[in-house]
Ligand binder design. Structure first.
Ligand SMILES: [Zn+2]
Length: 413
């Protein structure tokens, strides 16, 4: 293990984060707001490009604008580090950006200590979906989990309605070559992404680092309940087919099913709408969203099957109907055991408290891991707050992540 000058490392991480909260890097002073192809996003990429070039890295962009910085020529094996530097529309300074800062710090430590590790940093485009409403967009493009019609037609700017394709061209990229993006991963022998945790587990267990051994898969879907619209005063209770009642039963049943499934399974109804949605009318229709996740596909998928069957049965018993429709799903992503083990060893030798844990949130690493052995490192964020201007993390924890990753990679190349 290389002993690093921690104070110097902390100062560099803090300075990067501080710089990128400046007015050149966010389109509003009230939050961090930057997304693909805006001036403030370009400024952010330029900042990182300059820093990597100072270390002697070659900086390039894939056909849609994902930044790649490497210290070896193409065709040479390299180890990947990075994250994303776009933000939620009402975001904070750390989500994503800290991961790119940590990647930069890993490269600085390598230069400072003369270890000459083969490294490639990546800052993925449009992870948050703030520009085009599509999460993990850059990494999904990279591993070809989109179609050309999506980029040309379906994925449209939330600001002006023009297509992703047009915006990419206007920004000087070559979206027609989007399939070439996959070659960014060609030379990677491994990949480690650093990210803030976005929950309170590390804070509440007094840990400074999380080594992620799996990213939860998820199902997004909707249950629609159809009953009958009636006057709320004139209709006796026994005469009703109230869709809201069945919706309410589904919410409590989902809580029970997810708890019973165990294995880190979680289930959430985050959206509910009642129709016609008027105080004195018995709702004739209810729609509720389902977000069900977990590290074990069989466990979380069985909850979706059970809740949709429950909804149909609960509705039928009251003379209503219910149906389930899926929106989107991704399988759980186990992390590479060898990389996880090296991260655990490096974390243990740092002397800082850490734990091995699950990522409940989705990350670009889910896409990278389909082609490259991958892992993630989590840094605590205060009270679990993310996607908000008061998001906060300790630069010392970011520097610790860089130290641990730097030491782990030395064992992995
Ligand atoms: Zn993020």
């Amino acid at each position: 293990m290389t002993t690093v000058d921690r104070e110097r490392s902390i100062a560099r991480v803090a300075a990067d984060v501080q710089e990128l909260t400046g007015s050149a890097y966010t389109s509003t002073p009230e939050a961090i707001r930057r997304y693909a192809y805006t001036d403030v996003y370009t400024n952010t990429l330029d900042y990182f490009a300059t820093q990597f070039e100072e270390l002697g890295h070659d900086v390039s962009y894939d056909p849609v604008g994902t930044l790649v910085a490497r210290n070896r020529p193409a065709g040479t094996k390299v180890f990947g580090v990075g994250s994303h530097c776009d933000s939620n529309r009402n975001g904070g300074p750390y989500d994503g950006t800290l991961g790119v800062v940590v990647a930069l710090e890993v490269c600085r430590l390598d230069a400072e200590h003369g270890t000459n590790l083969p490294l490639q940093a990546i800052s993925f485009l449009e992870e948050e979906g703030s520009g085009f409403g599509q999460m993990l967009l850059g990494s999904r493009i990279m591993v070809q989990r989109v179609g050309e019609a999506d980029l040309k037609e379906h994925f449209r700017s939330l600001d002006d309605g023009r297509s992703f394709w047009e915006h990419a061209e206007d920004a000087g990229y070559d979206p027609a070559d989007w399939r070439e993006s996959i070659h960014v991963l060609d030379d990677l022998i491994g990949w480690i992404e650093t990210h803030i945790e976005q929950a309170r587990v590390l804070q509440d267990t007094d840990n400074r680092l999380g080594v992620v051994n799996a990213i939860a898969g998820y199902v997004h879907g909707d249950i629609t309940v159809n009953g009958r619209t009636d006057h709320a005063g004139a209709t006796p209770m026994s005469f009703r087919q109230d869709a809201a009642v069945v919706a309410g039963m589904c919410i409590t049943e989902l809580e029970r099913l997810a708890t019973e499934a165990g294995h880190g399974t979680v289930g959430t109804v985050g959206e509910i709408s009642l129709s016609p949605g008027i105080i004195n009318v018995v709702p004739g229709e209810a729609r509720l969203s389902l977000d069900v996740r977990g590290p074990e596909d069989a466990a979380f998928r069985s909850v979706v099957d059970a809740i949709s069957a429950y909804a149909e049965e609960a509705a039928r018993a009251r003379g209503l109907t219910a149906s389930y429709a899926m929106r989107q799903t991704l399988p759980a992503t186990p992390m590479d055991t060898a990389i996880v083990a090296e991260l655990e060893t490096a974390a243990a030798s740092s002397g800082a408290p850490f734990r091995t844990m699950l990522s409940g949130a989705a990350h670009d690493t889910m896409c990278v891991a389909s082609r490259v052995p991958s892992a993630m490192v989590f840094v605590p964020c205060r009270d679990g707050i993310s996607h908000a201007p008061d998001e906060e993390a300790d630069p010392a924890d970011g520097a610790l992540a860089a130290e641990v990753i730097f030491n782990a990679i030395q064992q992995l190349v």
